[in-house]
Design a protein around this ligand. Structure first.
Ligand SMILES: CC(=O)SCCNC(=O)CCNC(=O)[C@H](O)C(C)(C)COP(=O)(O)OP(=O)(O)OC[C@H]1O[C@@H](n2cnc3c(N)ncnc32)[C@H](O)[C@@H]1OP(=O)(O)O
Ligand SMILES: CC(=O)CC(=O)O
Length: 330
């Protein structure tokens, strides 16, 4: 799909930002955010116009105590209208609990690298495909309206295994669709991707699975997060995972660090004329709610530091309430 030629283009395609902070962000910080603080943050993200959110993961609390309250968090989030609430599940047991809590969408991590699969879920990739088939059968039986996503972790390289072959990524994406995934996204778990690789890999996977192509989940470990977003946009991707304050990182992938910063991503896309539906000033307010819930935790992002530039206009033509129009527009 071509990008719009001007920021004001009325034909600007919608880009879906999938906020993963409450899951990917909170799994990566040592502190356990109190449930009330999580709910306040989620409410603030909803008020900012976020349309898809990953609110947690159904994993053993002994592994990730940050996620021990996930069922309560899901129940709260699904009561808010107009957005898709998703949760990560590593197995059938997690899927059963997530569906019982009322999620709209499940996401299963399937590692492209065998070494990361063993480190992350203590299962082989083949076993995870079996798990996916079992989750798909469960979903069909008890909640056929629930979407099932697979995120292909380490799709651009792995700090445990090293390079990950493109053919292997394409093979696993196709196998995941065959096993029941509605969408397959590609994840740069340890921030090893470059834009040329991102463009090529998404195009290859798109050629193999067509409409099942899902999100780009890009970590900013080497500062290439936004450049990689542009490359993925170029390859036709229209859903991007990102995390408020850039929090994130897999605890079972050495060297993993934060995601693309939602605030910077929304600013970039809106400035390019790509409607995200997100209000940046309310997103900044949500950032303060996050900061209050995680005192002392550094939050990343350039746009929150610099503020919106004079004359900034959203893709849909709105002006931010607190921004002075540029001289020529005044
Ligand atoms: C790239 C990323 O960022 S992905 C997200 C980050 N990574 C993760 O969240 C890691 C997820 N991994 C895991 O949770 C684990 O590796 C598992 C559950 C998938 C597998 O671990 P194993 O130890 O092999 O699990 P196993 O099936 O043997 O069960 C161990 C215990 O956990 C319990 N358990 C298993 N799955 C779950 C679950 N989804 N939720 C709660 N408890 C569970 C079992 O009942 C068992 O409990 P018991 O000891 O009281 O009998
Ligand atoms: C599940 C994820 O968090 C995706 C990844 O970074 O591999």
């Amino acid at each position: 799909m071509p990008l719009p030629s001007s920021p004001a283009s009325p034909a600007a395609p919608a880009v879906l930002i999938s906020e993963v902070g409450p899951r990917d962000g909170l799994q990566s910080v040592a502190a356990v955010m109190p449930t009330a603080a999580k709910l306040a943050w989620i409410d603030a993200l909803h008020a900012a116009g976020v349309r898809e959110i990953e609110v947690g993961s159904f994993v053993p609390a002994a592994r990730l105590p940050q996620m021990a309250d996930v069922a309560e968090v899901v129940r709260h989030a699904v009561a808010l209208p107009g957005w898709t609430v998703m949760a990560l599940v590593p197995n059938l047991r997690g899927a059963e609990a997530a569906l019982a809590a009322g999620v709209h969408k499940l996401t299963l991590p399937l590692s492209a690298s065998e070494a990361h699969s063993q480190a992350n879920v203590r299962r082989s990739r083949a076993q995870m495909l079996d798990e996916l088939r079992a989750i798909d059968r469960l979903r069909d039986r008890v909640a056929p309206g629930v979407a099932l996503e697979v995120g292909l972790s380490t799709a651009f390289g792995c700090t445990l295994q090293g390079p990950v072959a493109e053919d292997e990524v394409v093979r696993l994406a196709a196998a995941a669709v065959e096993a029941g995934a509605d969408e397959v996204g590609l994840s740069d778990t340890t921030g090893m991707a470059d834009p040329a690789q991102v463009r090529r890999r998404f195009r290859q996977v798109h050629a193999a699975i067509g409409r099942h192509l899902g999100a780009a989940h890009l970590h900013n470990t080497r500062g290439l997060g936004l450049a990689n977003v542009l490359a993925a946009l170029d390859a036709g991707v229209r859903t991007f995972d990102s995390s408020q304050g850039g929090l994130g990182g897999c605890p079972y992938a050495p060297g993993a660090s934060g995601n693309v910063v939602t605030e910077d991503l929304v600013f970039m896309l809106e400035a390019m004329g790509l409607d995200t539906g997100i209000d940046l000033e309310r997103l900044m307010a949500a950032r303060e709610v996050l900061r209050a819930g995680l005192p002392g935790e550094p939050l990343h992002g350039m746009t929150p530091e610099a503020g919106l530039p004079p004359g900034f206009v959203y893709a849909d033509g709105r002006r931010p309430a607190g921004v002075t129009p540029a001289p020529e527009a005044a």
